[in-house]
Design a protein around this ligand. Structure first.
Ligand code: NAD
Length: 512
């Protein structure tokens, strides 16, 4: 009930749009920019807020604040940092519905899904609370005579995170909590299309006593990104988003000597074997293809139906038809709007091109009617079968509620199709055969694999390990790799010898 009230009150300011503030040195500040990006509610296209293109001096102030804060933050004890994260996880959990309502308003996904967005980020905060173990280095006594060796994981300095629109809470929470727990400070640039959740998280950081400057938020698009890539005080960049931006940021950041991790686009295939549990597989397939209106980097966008499973298309269509398309805050909604009219147009164009190139349209969601929200960016679940790998709708990431169906006669052929695709974010197999599952897991060249699990996004004890075209970099997000990304190693070799006296300088390479 409370969340419904909050959504309605948040929706009431459509005529007088407030501005989204910057967060610099612990304070929310109005930008002095003259350039603003309008943010619209995807369900109504009412203006929600105006997001500033931060000025150069504002971005410099954010970095200066983060640089200054780093001098004291890096000296805080691990226990102090852990306690901050323990408090943060408590208030995020408390404000879950408020965060979710904001996400639904700005991004469009359903309230239940928005809570999932927050929850998956919260789990990273919770995981970071075990920093006492996670940040331990290595040690070895008597590595040589009278000599011991120890290594520490130490922070890098100021780090930055550049975020996409589709998970406004989870992805910033993949970034700054781990950066902070390792002793770094952080600059976050949320998506200019839905920065609200990040701003609420900054309120929470202030509430739990995070020192000013430890996290700062700047807004904008390409200029802000270029600033982050070029600023010499920023040592590492975490990026999540599209291929175009990710490849550009990786190249520009690396050319400037920074550490960069870049999670990018996807085309996730699910293989359905004829021995699979039919009802369960179809439910999972539809949930993973159409949930969040298909705007998840791990959404299943291609189903590879093997052998007899090709006869299941009518059942998949029947299941997809049951999904309710409506505004994300309306009770019972399964599929909310897509992020913008431009996104809707692009999705519809790719559906059209698929049909023109020879696909069969088993379910067409392009003209879906949502009576109460006629101006929303709605696309209903859409299913295209008989699709060939040369079609644009197969080659491009559609990022909408569209399931492409391709056929394979054998599992080996399905594996070949997937391994030939340039992306490697996620894949899944539905089967009741252990040996088939095992063969699939061993032969598939994709970084995250689900066996009867449609969206195999690992929990934060592991890392998010997309591969090939879906990831550029070395160290992945969260888990052990995430902490390695945000730390550098210092190795100390000590020798303490009683009565040590050297009679001669050793000029050759010491071999101990
Ligand atoms: P996007 O690339 O448009 O935006 C992401 C960020 O990059 C934003 O902060 C934006 O300001 C900036 N940006 C956009 N275009 C830029 C450009 N040309 N140069 C420099 N910076 C630019 O991505 P999006 O549309 O917000 O998010 C959807 C994409 O993100 C999809 O491709 C999806 O697969 C991907 N994604 C990937 C993962 C993953 O973990 N692999 C997770 C979520 C989303």
């Amino acid at each position: 009930m409370l969340s419904a009230v909050r959504v309605i009150s948040a929706r009431s300011y459509s005529n007088v749009a407030p501005t989204t503030k910057l967060f610099i040195d612990g304070k929310f500040q109005e930008s002095q920019t003259t350039q603003w990006i309008e943010l619209h509610d995807p369900a109504t296209n009412n203006l929600v807020t105006r997001v500033p293109q931060s000025t150069k001096s504002e971005m410099n102030a954010a970095v200066e604040s983060a640089r200054n804060a780093y001098q004291s933050w890096k000296r805080t004890t691990v226990l102090t940092r852990q306690q901050l994260m323990l408090k943060l996880q408590h208030v995020i959990r408390r404000d879950m519905k408020k965060l979710a309502a904001n996400i639904t308003l700005e991004q469009g996904k359903t309230l239940a899904d928005a809570e999932g967005d927050v929850m998956r980020g919260l789990q990273v905060v919770e995981h970071s609370c075990s920093a006492g173990s996670l940040l331990q280095g290595e040690s070895l006594q008597n590595i040589a005579t009278d000599m011991d060796c120890v290594s520490y994981k130490l922070p890098l300095g100021v780090t930055a995170g550049i975020c996409p629109f589709n998970f406004p809470a989870m992805i910033p929470l993949w970034m700054f909590p781990l950066a902070l727990i390792a002793g770094n400070t952080s600059i976050i640039k949320p998506s200019e299309r839905d920065p609200g959740a990040t701003m609420l998280l900054m309120e929470l950081l202030n509430e739990v006593g995070c020192p000013p400057g430890v996290v700062n938020v700047i807004h904008g698009s390409r200029d802000a990104v270029n600033f982050i890539c070029d600023n010499p005080d920023i040592k590492a960049i975490s990026f999540v988003g599209s291929d175009t931006a990710g490849q550009y940021i990786y190249q520009r950041g690396c050319a400037n000597g920074k550490r960069v991790q870049s999670n990018m686009g996807a085309k996730n295939h699910a293989v359905v074997l004829p021995d699979a549990n039919k009802e369960m597989s179809i439910d999972q397939l539809c949930g993973a293809a159409f949930g969040a209106a298909g705007q998840r980097c791990m959404a299943i966008s291609v189903a590879v139906l093997v052998g007899e499973a090709q006869k299941w298309i009518p059942d998949i269509v029947a299941r997809a038809k049951k999904l309710k398309v409506n505004a994300g805050h309306e009770p019972g909604t399964d599929v909310g709007p897509v992020i913008s009219p431009v996104a809707k147009e692009r999705i519809c164009h790719l559906i059209e091109s698929g049909i023109k190139q020879g696909a069969k349209c088993d379910l067409d969601g392009r003209n879906v009617v949502v009576e109460k929200y006629p101006k929303g960016n709605f696309v209903g679940p859409t299913i295209l079968s008989n699709v060939r790998p040369s079609y644009d709708c197969y080659k491009q990431e559609i990022f909408g509620p569209v399931l492409i169906i391709v056929h394979a006669d054998t599992m080996e052929e399905a594996i070949e199709i997937i391994n030939s695709n340039p992306y490697g974010n996620g894949t899944a197999i539905f089967t009741t055969s252990g040996s088939n599952a095992r063969q699939f897991v061993n032969e598939i060249d994709v970084g995250q694999v689900g066996v009867n699990v449609p969206i195999p996004v690992p929990l934060p004890m592991f890392s998010f390990t997309g591969s090939r075209g879906s990831f550029w970099g070395d160290l992945h997000f969260y888990g052990k790799q995430g902490l390695n990304f945000y730390t550098q190693t210092k190795t100390i070799t000590s020798m303490w010898r009683k009565g040590q006296s050297l009679t001669k300088s050793t000029v050759s390479m010491p071999v101990h």
